[in-house]
Design a protein. Structure first.
Length: 71
């Protein structure tokens, strides 16, 4: 499922990321577990948390990141 479809306060494991250098530079890698902190309205970005850091990711990029929800 795409990362953008996850709801707030859900955790997921990243299975596939697009070839975007910015994602790698902020530490987004396949196999990582991230938490969805918020989804902005009207197609805005999604905010994820990696460890103690939070990042906003544009909707079009978040729709390309394939994840698996973690319970």
């Amino acid at each position: 499922m795409p990362l953008y479809e996850l709801r707030k306060n859900h955790r997921c494991t990243i299975e596939k990321i697009p070839a975007i250098q910015l994602l790698k530079s902020i530490g987004v890698r396949e196999g990582m577990t991230v938490s969805v902190m918020s989804r902005q309205p009207l197609g805005g970005p999604i905010v994820i948390q990696i460890g103690k850091r939070s990042f906003a990711i544009a909707r079009d990029v978040a729709e390309q990141i394939v994840v698996r929800e973690v319970n």
